[in-house]
Design a protein. Structure first.
Length: 285
Protein backbone atom coordinates (compact mmCIF):
# COMPACT_ATOMS: atom_id res chain seq x y z
CA UNK A 1 0.00 0.00 0.00
CA UNK A 2 1.44 3.35 -1.06
CA UNK A 3 1.58 6.21 1.42
CA UNK A 4 1.01 9.82 0.54
CA UNK A 5 4.24 11.61 -0.35
CA UNK A 6 3.21 15.04 1.00
CA UNK A 7 2.12 15.56 4.60
CA UNK A 8 0.47 18.37 6.45
CA UNK A 9 2.66 20.31 8.87
CA UNK A 10 0.16 22.49 10.62
CA UNK A 11 -2.90 24.34 9.37
CA UNK A 12 -5.43 26.40 11.24
CA UNK A 13 -8.89 24.83 10.90
CA UNK A 14 -12.23 26.44 11.71
CA UNK A 15 -15.47 24.93 12.91
CA UNK A 16 -18.83 25.57 11.31
CA UNK A 17 -20.73 28.81 11.59
CA UNK A 18 -24.49 28.91 11.88
CA UNK A 19 -26.94 31.09 10.08
CA UNK A 20 -27.11 32.73 6.68
CA UNK A 21 -23.81 33.58 4.98
CA UNK A 22 -23.19 36.34 2.46
CA UNK A 23 -21.48 35.62 -0.88
CA UNK A 24 -19.94 38.46 -2.87
CA UNK A 25 -21.90 40.85 -0.68
CA UNK A 26 -25.32 39.71 -1.88
CA UNK A 27 -26.22 36.06 -2.56
CA UNK A 28 -26.40 33.41 0.13
CA UNK A 29 -23.70 30.76 -0.10
CA UNK A 30 -24.43 27.08 0.41
CA UNK A 31 -22.68 24.27 2.32
CA UNK A 32 -20.33 21.63 0.92
CA UNK A 33 -18.38 18.54 2.00
CA UNK A 34 -15.24 17.41 0.17
CA UNK A 35 -14.07 13.89 1.05
CA UNK A 36 -10.90 12.10 0.02
CA UNK A 37 -12.79 8.85 0.50
CA UNK A 38 -14.17 6.30 -1.91
CA UNK A 39 -16.92 5.43 0.53
CA UNK A 40 -19.15 4.41 -2.38
CA UNK A 41 -16.77 1.47 -2.93
CA UNK A 42 -16.74 0.41 0.74
CA UNK A 43 -20.33 0.11 1.87
CA UNK A 44 -23.49 -1.92 1.57
CA UNK A 45 -27.03 -2.32 2.87
CA UNK A 46 -28.04 -4.77 5.58
CA UNK A 47 -31.56 -5.07 6.96
CA UNK A 48 -32.57 -1.87 5.21
CA UNK A 49 -29.75 0.10 6.86
CA UNK A 50 -26.75 1.62 5.09
CA UNK A 51 -23.43 0.27 6.32
CA UNK A 52 -19.92 1.77 6.53
CA UNK A 53 -19.15 4.11 3.62
CA UNK A 54 -22.71 4.24 2.38
CA UNK A 55 -23.80 5.34 5.84
CA UNK A 56 -21.23 8.16 5.68
CA UNK A 57 -22.72 9.23 2.35
CA UNK A 58 -26.21 9.18 3.88
CA UNK A 59 -25.12 11.27 6.84
CA UNK A 60 -23.41 13.76 4.51
CA UNK A 61 -26.63 14.29 2.55
CA UNK A 62 -28.62 14.67 5.77
CA UNK A 63 -26.10 17.18 7.06
CA UNK A 64 -26.20 19.34 3.95
CA UNK A 65 -29.99 19.18 3.54
CA UNK A 66 -30.66 20.83 6.91
CA UNK A 67 -27.88 23.42 6.79
CA UNK A 68 -29.24 26.92 7.29
CA UNK A 69 -27.09 28.14 4.40
CA UNK A 70 -28.79 25.75 1.93
CA UNK A 71 -31.29 28.28 0.62
CA UNK A 72 -31.94 26.54 -2.70
CA UNK A 73 -35.50 25.20 -2.31
CA UNK A 74 -35.71 22.67 -5.17
CA UNK A 75 -35.32 19.70 -2.77
CA UNK A 76 -33.64 17.69 -5.50
CA UNK A 77 -30.41 15.65 -5.15
CA UNK A 78 -28.56 14.94 -8.40
CA UNK A 79 -25.73 12.42 -8.60
CA UNK A 80 -23.33 13.05 -11.47
CA UNK A 81 -21.33 10.51 -13.47
CA UNK A 82 -22.29 7.19 -11.89
CA UNK A 83 -23.65 4.35 -14.02
CA UNK A 84 -27.11 3.41 -12.78
CA UNK A 85 -27.03 -0.02 -11.14
CA UNK A 86 -23.25 0.00 -10.73
CA UNK A 87 -21.46 0.08 -7.38
CA UNK A 88 -21.21 3.88 -7.62
CA UNK A 89 -24.81 4.32 -8.74
CA UNK A 90 -26.18 1.92 -6.14
CA UNK A 91 -24.24 3.65 -3.36
CA UNK A 92 -25.62 7.08 -4.24
CA UNK A 93 -29.17 5.80 -4.64
CA UNK A 94 -29.03 3.95 -1.31
CA UNK A 95 -27.47 6.89 0.52
CA UNK A 96 -30.40 9.00 -0.57
CA UNK A 97 -33.11 6.33 -0.45
CA UNK A 98 -32.50 5.43 3.20
CA UNK A 99 -31.96 9.00 4.35
CA UNK A 100 -34.32 11.36 6.13
CA UNK A 101 -34.56 13.44 2.94
CA UNK A 102 -37.12 11.07 1.44
CA UNK A 103 -39.60 11.76 4.20
CA UNK A 104 -39.02 15.49 3.82
CA UNK A 105 -40.18 15.61 0.22
CA UNK A 106 -36.84 15.41 -1.57
CA UNK A 107 -36.29 13.63 -4.91
CA UNK A 108 -33.23 11.97 -6.47
CA UNK A 109 -31.85 11.75 -10.01
CA UNK A 110 -28.75 10.19 -11.53
CA UNK A 111 -27.18 11.93 -14.54
CA UNK A 112 -24.56 9.94 -16.46
CA UNK A 113 -22.70 10.34 -19.73
CA UNK A 114 -20.79 13.27 -21.22
CA UNK A 115 -23.73 14.71 -23.15
CA UNK A 116 -26.21 14.60 -20.29
CA UNK A 117 -23.69 15.99 -17.79
CA UNK A 118 -22.86 18.83 -20.18
CA UNK A 119 -26.57 19.57 -20.57
CA UNK A 120 -26.94 19.43 -16.79
CA UNK A 121 -24.40 22.21 -16.35
CA UNK A 122 -25.59 24.39 -19.24
CA UNK A 123 -29.18 24.16 -18.02
CA UNK A 124 -30.70 22.45 -21.06
CA UNK A 125 -31.22 18.94 -19.66
CA UNK A 126 -34.52 17.84 -18.16
CA UNK A 127 -32.56 17.46 -14.94
CA UNK A 128 -30.20 20.40 -14.73
CA UNK A 129 -28.39 22.68 -12.35
CA UNK A 130 -31.35 25.07 -12.26
CA UNK A 131 -33.70 22.49 -10.70
CA UNK A 132 -31.14 20.95 -8.33
CA UNK A 133 -30.46 21.68 -4.65
CA UNK A 134 -27.66 19.22 -3.87
CA UNK A 135 -25.01 17.85 -6.23
CA UNK A 136 -23.26 14.55 -5.52
CA UNK A 137 -20.01 13.44 -7.20
CA UNK A 138 -18.70 9.88 -6.91
CA UNK A 139 -15.10 8.74 -6.39
CA UNK A 140 -14.35 8.38 -10.09
CA UNK A 141 -11.99 5.58 -11.08
CA UNK A 142 -11.81 4.42 -7.46
CA UNK A 143 -15.24 2.77 -7.67
CA UNK A 144 -16.92 0.53 -10.23
CA UNK A 145 -19.19 2.56 -12.51
CA UNK A 146 -17.77 5.85 -11.29
CA UNK A 147 -17.31 8.95 -13.44
CA UNK A 148 -14.74 8.48 -16.21
CA UNK A 149 -11.96 10.84 -17.29
CA UNK A 150 -14.17 12.60 -19.86
CA UNK A 151 -16.92 13.22 -17.34
CA UNK A 152 -14.46 14.47 -14.72
CA UNK A 153 -13.05 16.80 -17.35
CA UNK A 154 -16.53 18.26 -17.79
CA UNK A 155 -16.64 18.88 -14.03
CA UNK A 156 -13.41 20.88 -14.37
CA UNK A 157 -14.66 22.78 -17.41
CA UNK A 158 -17.71 23.80 -15.38
CA UNK A 159 -15.85 24.59 -12.15
CA UNK A 160 -17.07 28.19 -12.18
CA UNK A 161 -20.66 26.97 -12.71
CA UNK A 162 -20.34 24.72 -9.65
CA UNK A 163 -18.93 27.64 -7.68
CA UNK A 164 -21.80 29.91 -8.71
CA UNK A 165 -24.29 27.18 -7.80
CA UNK A 166 -22.82 27.07 -4.28
CA UNK A 167 -22.68 30.84 -4.12
CA UNK A 168 -26.39 30.93 -4.85
CA UNK A 169 -27.26 28.65 -1.94
CA UNK A 170 -26.90 25.15 -3.41
CA UNK A 171 -25.00 22.31 -1.70
CA UNK A 172 -22.38 19.77 -2.74
CA UNK A 173 -20.99 16.42 -1.58
CA UNK A 174 -17.97 15.08 -3.46
CA UNK A 175 -15.55 12.17 -3.04
CA UNK A 176 -12.09 11.23 -4.34
CA UNK A 177 -12.44 11.91 -8.05
CA UNK A 178 -9.12 13.73 -8.44
CA UNK A 179 -10.68 17.12 -7.69
CA UNK A 180 -9.47 18.80 -10.88
CA UNK A 181 -12.48 21.08 -10.64
CA UNK A 182 -11.48 22.17 -7.12
CA UNK A 183 -7.93 22.93 -8.25
CA UNK A 184 -9.38 25.09 -11.03
CA UNK A 185 -11.25 27.13 -8.42
CA UNK A 186 -8.81 27.18 -5.53
CA UNK A 187 -5.21 26.43 -6.63
CA UNK A 188 -3.93 27.12 -3.11
CA UNK A 189 -5.89 24.14 -1.75
CA UNK A 190 -3.64 21.16 -2.46
CA UNK A 191 -5.20 17.78 -3.23
CA UNK A 192 -2.70 15.00 -2.46
CA UNK A 193 -3.30 11.71 -4.30
CA UNK A 194 -2.27 8.27 -3.07
CA UNK A 195 -3.70 5.56 -0.88
CA UNK A 196 -3.91 5.16 2.87
CA UNK A 197 -6.36 3.94 5.50
CA UNK A 198 -7.76 4.76 8.92
CA UNK A 199 -9.92 7.86 9.36
CA UNK A 200 -10.97 9.48 12.64
CA UNK A 201 -13.74 12.02 13.04
CA UNK A 202 -12.83 15.36 14.58
CA UNK A 203 -15.13 16.96 17.14
CA UNK A 204 -16.76 18.93 14.34
CA UNK A 205 -17.12 15.73 12.29
CA UNK A 206 -18.79 13.85 15.13
CA UNK A 207 -21.24 16.71 15.50
CA UNK A 208 -21.89 16.89 11.78
CA UNK A 209 -22.48 13.13 11.29
CA UNK A 210 -24.49 11.76 14.25
CA UNK A 211 -23.84 8.05 15.07
CA UNK A 212 -21.23 7.70 12.33
CA UNK A 213 -18.14 5.91 13.67
CA UNK A 214 -14.47 5.84 12.79
CA UNK A 215 -14.97 2.19 11.82
CA UNK A 216 -17.61 3.22 9.27
CA UNK A 217 -15.13 5.60 7.66
CA UNK A 218 -12.26 3.12 7.83
CA UNK A 219 -13.96 0.17 6.09
CA UNK A 220 -11.56 0.59 3.17
CA UNK A 221 -8.68 2.79 1.98
CA UNK A 222 -9.05 6.40 0.90
CA UNK A 223 -7.31 8.20 -1.96
CA UNK A 224 -7.08 11.96 -1.39
CA UNK A 225 -5.89 14.27 1.38
CA UNK A 226 -6.07 18.04 1.51
CA UNK A 227 -3.50 20.62 2.60
CA UNK A 228 -3.54 24.43 2.67
CA UNK A 229 -7.25 24.35 3.49
CA UNK A 230 -7.49 27.89 4.83
CA UNK A 231 -10.87 28.58 6.45
CA UNK A 232 -12.39 25.17 5.71
CA UNK A 233 -13.45 22.90 8.56
CA UNK A 234 -11.73 19.56 9.18
CA UNK A 235 -14.34 16.81 9.69
CA UNK A 236 -12.16 13.72 9.35
CA UNK A 237 -8.43 13.09 9.48
CA UNK A 238 -6.04 10.19 9.10
CA UNK A 239 -5.89 8.36 12.40
CA UNK A 240 -2.11 7.91 12.48
CA UNK A 241 -0.97 11.31 11.23
CA UNK A 242 -3.84 13.78 11.55
CA UNK A 243 -3.71 14.63 7.85
CA UNK A 244 -6.95 16.06 6.49
CA UNK A 245 -9.26 13.65 4.65
CA UNK A 246 -12.75 15.18 4.97
CA UNK A 247 -13.26 18.95 4.92
CA UNK A 248 -16.19 21.28 4.44
CA UNK A 249 -17.86 24.61 4.94
CA UNK A 250 -21.25 25.65 6.25
CA UNK A 251 -21.34 28.52 3.78
CA UNK A 252 -19.25 30.10 1.07
CA UNK A 253 -18.21 28.99 -2.38
CA UNK A 254 -15.21 26.71 -2.89
CA UNK A 255 -13.20 29.67 -4.14
CA UNK A 256 -14.24 31.82 -1.17
CA UNK A 257 -15.22 29.69 1.85
CA UNK A 258 -16.67 31.56 4.80
CA UNK A 259 -14.20 31.97 7.68
CA UNK A 260 -15.31 31.75 11.30
CA UNK A 261 -14.91 35.13 13.03
CA UNK A 262 -15.06 34.25 16.71
CA UNK A 263 -14.92 31.28 19.11
CA UNK A 264 -17.92 29.43 20.43
CA UNK A 265 -19.58 26.03 20.46
CA UNK A 266 -19.04 23.21 17.97
CA UNK A 267 -21.55 20.74 19.45
CA UNK A 268 -24.01 21.01 16.55
CA UNK A 269 -26.26 18.47 14.85
CA UNK A 270 -25.11 19.56 11.40
CA UNK A 271 -22.86 22.13 9.81
CA UNK A 272 -24.62 25.48 9.87
CA UNK A 273 -27.37 24.58 12.35
CA UNK A 274 -25.99 26.07 15.55
CA UNK A 275 -22.79 27.30 17.15
CA UNK A 276 -19.66 29.17 16.31
CA UNK A 277 -16.26 27.80 16.98
CA UNK A 278 -12.75 26.96 16.23
CA UNK A 279 -12.12 23.22 16.02
CA UNK A 280 -8.95 21.92 17.50
CA UNK A 281 -7.21 19.22 15.56
CA UNK A 282 -7.65 15.90 17.31
CA UNK A 283 -5.08 13.14 16.97
CA UNK A 284 -5.89 9.54 17.73
CA UNK A 285 -3.02 7.20 18.39
Amino acid sequence: MNKFSSKTKHIFASAAIAGVMAFSGSAVAGPFILAGTDADDHGSVSGGVNQDGWFFMQRSLENLAVAASLTNTNKHVVNLGSLSGSQAGSAAASAFGLSSLVGSGWSFSNVDGATDITNFFNGTGTVNINNTSLIMMDSGQNVGGGSDATERGIFTTNASVIDTFLGNGGGLFSQANGYGWVSALLPSLTVVSGQSSGISLTAAGSAAFPSLTNADLSAGPYHNEFTNIGALTVLGEETATGDFVIIGSSGGSVSAPTPVPEPGMIAIFAIGLAGLGFARRKRTA
